[in-house]
Design a protein around this ligand. Structure first.
Ligand code: FDA
Length: 300
């Protein structure tokens, strides 16, 4: 119930304006967001690298309402790729197609993604296309597949809660595309998504095994120690080497676990979000763990 309510609130434009413009709102967001500016995020990437962790940068924003904002988002991602190269940092970028204009026109989002992916190709880097709500799943997968087939270094995300994900996984893995497996962060109806945590977790483990057995370089993105233990059991049993896949976790969540896995010799990449459009991202993090609300109330 609380999870659903928080996800509904994450789309509330008035609350978003109030939170993003207030100083106290920004202070709260610091729990999950690396800062307002590119330099803040690059400093976090440098610190991650020093600790042996790689990173993926997300210049926050989604569901933009103008083509100019969509183009600015793509320009921003290009600057990030260039900055990573210039500062010799180990990291790539994660982008959202609604930030690149998918609500306005598929062609606009595709043009923007193509420009960012072309820059990544020139720098021998990689672009991860995050997965948003189910209204965008088909268009996201189709677009990423088109660009991947055109030879661009793009990959995307599969959500274990969606019934369709196993079929998508089998098709994309056969192409050789790099995938990130997550549980799924949006509110979806039973017709298209598993509802019970137990079922989502079981599907996560099944999809993790299919991904890691495929021989491609994939990411297992979770903070759930049981999902991580199942992954480690599987890679040990199948003799999959540590360099063949990576764990991914979000900035600000379970840093102890991030460092422990690294110390044990596993690859770990941190998702580092930054920027002033932090509200929807922040609310999804609250929805994942309503106990975070206590932290929010204490700060208020
Ligand atoms: P689960 O929610 O069961 O949590 C397990 C444990 O992790 C909790 O008990 C708690 O200890 C800790 N934890 C999890 N979330 C927390 C939080 N917000 N605050 C504090 N502790 C928390 N989703 C999506 O739909 N599209 C996408 O593109 C992505 N991309 C993405 C990238 C990366 C790198 C990660 C790690 C996650 C995503 N997600 C995502 C989000 C994902 O779908 C999911 O909502 C979260 O990872 C939470 O699920 P867990 O697997 O951590 O398990």
């Amino acid at each position: 119930m609380l999870r659903a309510a928080l996800i509904v609130l994450s789309r509330n434009a008035r609350l978003r304006r109030a939170m993003e413009s207030g100083r106290w709102g920004r202070r709260l967001s610091a729990r999950f967001v690396a800062g307002l500016h590119r330099e803040d995020a690059l400093a976090v990437v440098a610190a991650c690298n020093q600790a042996g962790l790689s990173a993926t940068l997300d210049s926050l924003g989604e569901n933009v309402a103008s083509a100019a904002d969509a183009r600015a988002a793509a320009d921003d991602a290009i600057l990030l790729l260039q900055a990573l190269q210039e500062q010799r940092l180990e990291g790539n970028v994660s982008v959202k197609l609604t930030h690149f204009g998918l609500d306005l026109a598929t062609e606009l989002a595709e043009e923007n993604l193509r420009a960012v992916a072309a820059q990544a190709a020139a720098l021998d880097n990689f672009v991860r296309v995050d997965m948003e709500g189910s209204a965008y799943t088909s268009r996201t997968l189709e677009m990423v597949e088109r660009l991947y087939r055109a030879g661009l270094p793009v990959g995307t995300v599969l959500q274990a809660y969606l019934h369709r994900s196993e079929a998508d996984l089998r098709r994309l893995v056969a192409l050789g595309m790099r995938l990130r497996l997550v549980k799924g962060a949006y509110q979806e109806p039973a017709a298209i998504a598993l509802q019970a945590k137990r079922e989502v977790d079981a599907n996560f483990v099944r999809l993790m095994r299919l991904l890691l057995a495929s021989g491609g370089y994939h990411a297992i993105a979770t903070h759930d120690e049981r999902m991580i233990a199942a992954t480690l059991d599987f890679v040990r049993e199948q003799r999959i080497p540590p360099a063949a896949f990576e764990f991914q976790m979000l900035y600000g969540i379970r840093r102890d676990l991030q460092l422990r896995l690294r110390r044990e010799g596993w690859r770990v990449r941190i998702y580092v979000p930054f920027g002033s459009a932090w509200y929807p991202y922040f609310m999804r993090r609250l929805a994942e763990r309503p106990a975070n609300l206590l932290f929010l109330l204490k700060n208020l």
